[in-house]
Structures are given as C-alpha cells and as structure tokens.
Design a protein around this ligand. Structure first.
Ligand SMILES: NC(=O)C1=CN([C@@H]2O[C@H](COP(=O)(O)OP(=O)(O)OC[C@H]3O[C@@H](n4cnc5c(N)ncnc54)[C@H](OP(=O)(O)O)[C@@H]3O)[C@@H](O)[C@H]2O)C=CC1
Ligand SMILES: CC(C)(CO)C(=O)C(=O)O
Length: 297
C-alpha cells in the first residue's frame, strides 16, 4: 500500500498532536485528529490555527471526538502527557488498530503493555512548542537526534518500524529508529524532570528566577545525579548528546541552561502557557523516576 493511502489517527490534539497532524496533512497524508472539550470545539469551528513565521494560518483537518472500535487505522499516534497516557490508551484499547505509537515521556512500559499489549510501539516527539489562545506555536527539531525517535521494545527493526519511517520520510521529518527505546526514555526523563525547579505551587517561575544561579544550579545537580542513577541501574544513557550532558560539570550545565533560556522559542516551551499544564506530568515523572531509580532500589 502506498504511504499516502495509510490511515493515520492522532489521538490527542495538544501541541505535539497538532503539529504532527498539521505536517501530515500538509504532506498529503491521510490524517485524522481526535480532540476533546474546548479544543474539539475550536478545531471544528476554526480548523487548526498555527503560527507560521509570525502569520496566523489555518488548516482544515478531519477531526473526530470519539474513536469507534471498528474505525481502523494503520497507525494511531498517542501524543499525550505521561499523566494522561494510561487513560488515553484505555480509551483506545477496544479499537482494532494494530499499531499504537506513543509520543510521550515515560520511564517504562509495563502498565501500557497491560492495556494495549504488543500493539504498543513506543516513541518520542521530535517537536515542541506552546499553544496560545488556540494558536499553535511549534516547530520540529532540525537535527536527526532531535527528530521523532521510535523503536520496538525488543529492539528489532520490524516491518511496522520500517513503515513508520516511510510515513515520516513522506512528511519530510527527521527521525531515528532507536534500538533501546527504554534506555532512551529513561535517559530523557532523567533530564526532563530537572524542569521541576521551574514550577511553583501556583504555576511557573518568571524568566529572571528561571535564569538565576539558584534555580539553574538545582537543575544541574539533579540532572547529574539522575543520569548517574540511570548508569548505576545498568542502563546506557542514550543518545550520546544526553550522555555528554552527564559528563559536564554543574557549572557547565548551568551555563548551558542559561544559554537555552535566552532563546525565545525555548523560553516558550519551558515557561510558556503550556508549561503550566505540564506541571502534573513533570511531577509524576519525577516521582516515578525516583521510585524506580533511587540508590538502594
Ligand atoms: N510540548 C513540547 O514542547 C514537548 C512535549 N513533549 C512530550 O510530548 C508529550 C505530549 O506533550 P504535549 O503535546 O505538549 O501535551 P499537551 O498537553 O499539549 O497535549 C496532550 C493532548 O492530549 C489530549 N488528551 C489526553 N488524553 C486524552 C484522551 N483520553 N482523549 C482525548 N484527548 C486526550 C489533551 O487534552 P486535554 O487538554 O483536554 O487534557 C491534550 O490536548 C508529553 O509527554 C510531553 O512531555 C516532548 C518534547 C517537547
Ligand atoms: C522539555 C520538556 C520537559 C517540556 O516540554 C519536555 O517535554 C521534554 O523534552 O521531555
């Protein structure tokens, strides 16, 4: 079957889901977007609105609010937050599609496998951004290692892995087939949970506080400690860019984050409107990471 004839569902219309849906639709792929609540209403009323180099544009994309069991897709992408993944997968469980690609932070697959079995193909998004008043502000990573990362849990290059690579190629997207997805996810989470220091009980700290020595030195210390815990558990830190972060001094990591926080796009990703709603994900990921990898476990 031609790649453009493959049916693709994006289950979840947040930032990552919207940007993949947009790119797939722009590339002529057969994509459907599942949304809920106010986001569903907005998509049905205005289409998918997005920022393109300062101009607000709109794309019409087939949007649904409910997935029927016999509505079968070649790939269902699940770009939801870690704290939402189990309920999203449970909502897909009875659908008869065979491949469910998660684009979600995680530190393991046990509960997901319990829900959808070996239909699970874990991945990680190669895109990021923010959503402001229902307008998507996002972009894909510009390097291969920042592309869409995916792979079978057993590391094999299965037919569906090859087919997914073709879909991403058709959409002109960087991607990397990862043979140790678990190591990738755990390594990535070890770094991502450092962002907990950007949160307060009310929301997100301001830019000045985020860039302060006090905040960044806590993030740097956590990242080093977390990556050490991953290695102590006998898990390789991947990719090499993440491993290299663990080898930097705390001062170097602090300087790296300060530099990142001088880029408007990264400021939006880490401290923008969406970061506020991501608090629950980072908190849960941090808790689960430390339950699993604390010294002595
Ligand atoms: N945004 C970014 O810059 C980056 C994100 N990531 C990771 O990618 C993953 C996805 O993130 P992101 O797109 O930002 O998250 P969002 O919160 O923007 O999107 C998740 C979307 O999924 C919807 N959703 C969740 N569960 C269901 C369900 N059961 N039924 C229907 N819709 C559902 C949510 O709806 P509702 O709002 O109603 O809950 C929301 O629209 C996360 O793990 C994140 O850490 C990784 C790198 C960068
Ligand atoms: C940067 C962060 C924490 C925010 O979206 C993220 O989700 C990630 O890279 O894993």
């Amino acid at each position: 079957m031609n790649t453009k004839q493959k049916r693709i569902l994006i289950f979840g219309a947040g930032i990552v889901g919207s940007i993949y849906a947009l790119r797939f639709a722009q590339s002529g792929l057969d994509v459907t977007l599942l949304a809920r609540g106010k986001r569903l209403e907005a998509l049905q009323k205005n289409g998918l609105r997005y920022n393109d180099h300062g101009m607000i544009k709109q794309m019409s994309i087939t949007t649904i609010g409910k997935l029927e069991d016999d509505d079968i897709y070649d790939f269902i992408f699940v770009p939801v937050r870690f704290d939402q993944a189990e309920s999203a997968l449970s909502a897909i469980k009875n659908n008869r599609s065979q491949t469910i690609v998660t684009l979600t932070n995680t530190i393991g697959y046990e509960s997901w496998l319990d829900i959808v079995g070996d239909r699970l193909l874990p991945g990680f998004p190669g895109a990021g951004g923010d959503m402001k008043e229902d307008v998507l502000h996002a972009q894909f990573g510009s390097e291969k290692h920042q592309g869409t990362i995916f792979g079978e849990i057993n590391g094999q290059t299965s037919e569906r892995v090859k087919e997914l690579a073709k879909v991403l190629e058709t959409a002109g997207l960087h991607h990397e087939i990862q043979h140790d997805m678990y190591a990738f996810h755990v390594s990535h989470a070890a770094v991502a949970v450092g962002n907990k220091h950007f949160y307060t009980d009310e929301g997100v700290v301001d830019l000045e506080t985020a860039r302060s020595e006090r905040t960044l030195s806590k993030i740097a210390a956590d990242i080093k400690q977390n990556l050490r815990l991953v290695e102590l558990a006998g898990i390789p830190v991947v990719p090499s860019e993440t491993k290299a972060m663990g080898e930097l001094s705390e001062q170097e990591l602090t300087a790296m984050y300060r530099q990142m926080l001088s880029n408007d796009f990264i400021i939006d990703v880490m401290l923008g409107d969406h970061a506020v709603s991501q608090r629950a994900e980072i908190k849960l990921l941090d808790e689960k990471f430390h339950e699993k990898f604390s010294v002595g476990q």
